[in-house]
Design a protein around this ligand. Sequence first.
Ligand SMILES: [Zn+2]
Ligand SMILES: [Zn+2]
Length: 148
Amino acid sequence: MTSVTCKCGEICLEIENDPMMHFMCHCKDCHSLFNGPAKVFIYTDNDICITGAHSTYSYEGGSGNDLHVTFCSNCGTRAYTRPDLIEGLTYVFASMLEGHIEFQPKVELFTYNRSKWEHKPASVVESYDHNGTLERIQELLENLEQRD
Ligand SMILES: [Zn+2]
Ligand SMILES: [Zn+2]
């Protein structure tokens, strides 16, 4: 089990297992919320336990489904997002984890909005101009499962 905290230490995430997948999203919502693309490790809800004061902001994402971002009420660090689109998954922001430099996206979404100076990462096996279909993403989750 890994324990990680936000910048100020208020929020603690206890994480079991390795992530199921790494993905990044270049959509406009992510750019405004995260000052750039979201870099995310996907876990199941059962892998994550959160303690400490936190807030949640919900908004409608590019797929038309709601996303719920959880952030520290004190320092504002974004900890994770839960999507209504695929139930049971928690997207932990790579910046929360010490292993963030190991982040190697397999999938990227909304590439039409990728910054001009940014290139497609060599690790990417699937790029979607807009949002990938749910079916395709579930298929990728199964095929690209990065857990041992
Ligand atoms: Zn904090
Ligand atoms: Zn996005």
